[in-house]
Design a protein around this ligand. Sequence first.
Ligand SMILES: C[S@@+](CC[C@H](N)C(=O)[O-])C[C@H]1O[C@@H](n2cnc3c(N)ncnc32)[C@H](O)[C@@H]1O
Length: 259
Amino acid sequence: MQHKKEQLNRAYSVLADIYDDVMVEVDYETWTDYIDEIIYQFHPDAETVLELACGTGTMALSLEELADYRITATDGSVEMIEVAKRKADATFSNVQFLSRNFLDLRLDQTFDVVFMVFDSLNYLHDENDILKLHDEVRKVLNPGGIFIYDFTTPRNSRIAIKYLNNEKRRVNNLYRYHRESRYDAENRIHTNRFTIDKLDNENGNVQETFREEHRQHIYTLPEIESIIKKTDFSILDSFDGFELKPAHRKSLRITMVLQ
Ligand SMILES: C[S@@+](CC[C@H](N)C(=O)[O-])C[C@H]1O[C@@H](n2cnc3c(N)ncnc32)[C@H](O)[C@@H]1O
């Protein structure tokens, strides 16, 4: 008889097991080149790097391959960090992976560069939390250090729901998932709901169904700029997408470089 249970789970808990499959089309190598290019341009002598919200560690591991930094990478999800550590062990990596909320970093080291990519800032829903994040980063940056992060814009959400909504995929013998993606333009909340079925390896029947809801607040460049003005950081640049060209009002993703 088929055994079926349903659960509501924390964001990035069950998804950790299939995150790399869900993101299979993301070109992390090019993205890593881009971050390394920014580091080279704004802090060519950087030696130590901290990645926040590193997920399953793909970018930290890729950066270690690319350049000679000492890298620490943190994420708030214990499950994502477990996957990252397994990947690090398998590749004999020296990246130090730690589970940390980026609003409460508690690190006893300081760094030349702190970076955070792929909409992780959009998980913060109010200005005070964004200010707190900047303050936590300030505490772990060396003098002259830089803070790089991206965020996605309302235009990106309007476009992205067309291809993210109703995505269904079987990722391996053990899982299939369904993503519903909604954008509330009035309140600027982008919600991705994942339904993840764990399958019986032998007969493909659904053993358990998990649900995760990921809510992101979508910001414009003027909003982020006005928040940064209230921090100890100054803006060195704001880039459009994966370019080293200025962000503009049609940018889908904006990368900020702060000092
Ligand atoms: C879209 S994923 C990006 C992961 C990774 N940077 C990548 O490029 O694949 C967002 C990540 O932000 C993390 N995150 C969200 N809120 C966080 C917080 N308060 N502290 C630390 N990590 C957080 C999640 O656990 C998740 O791994």
